[in-house]
Design a protein around this ligand. Sequence first.
Ligand code: ZN
Length: 223
Amino acid sequence: LRRYGLAPRSTAIDAQSLDSRFLDSARLLAETGRELARRGWTPATSSNFSARVSTDRAAITISGRDKGRLDVDDIMLIDLEGRAVGTDARPSAETLLHTQLYRRYPEIGAVLHTHSHSATVMSRLCADEGEIRIEGYELLKAFRGIATHQSTLVVPVFGNTQDMEELAGEVDAYLDAGHHLYGYLIEGHGIYTWGKDMPEARRHLDAFEFLLSCELEQRRLRP
Ligand SMILES: [Zn+2]
């Protein structure tokens, strides 16, 4: 190996590659956060974003930071139980809602949560039904695995609570019941969505935002 200039695998090298992967994820999260803030989807330091760094580590926004000014210093490393790794910083209060997805689905690479206007209003309008059914839009094809506008996207609306264990339990129960899920709303709060990597998570978030704003506009025009 050495003859070809390749170092043998060692713990030190693994740690180094974890560091550099964390830094790549932190840069990507900061850039993504600033973009989403420019769209007005992250008011008043709300919202949180994460990316998988390895099988058992993720990078996530530190609690309470202004998402319009995110930098790599605003991102921290956590394990998949939501505990800080190598830092005293405090992760987002909603970290458990991110880590439950990484634990459950090894293929998930990024999770995005915003408090946008459309998601918040629609979550209140549809709280009683407990879900929003989105049908007939060409843009449904933005979601992984959906190939036609003749599809129905069911978006559950979970009740809001400050008890993250309880909320994560509701999401798990929904998934345990065999429902396929691209994202969900929390009443009066916002939206969670994800993807295999950041571009896919962004595409899903953009599609949700567009579709929810269309649904909202339709209800305004034809209540
Ligand atoms: Zn939130």
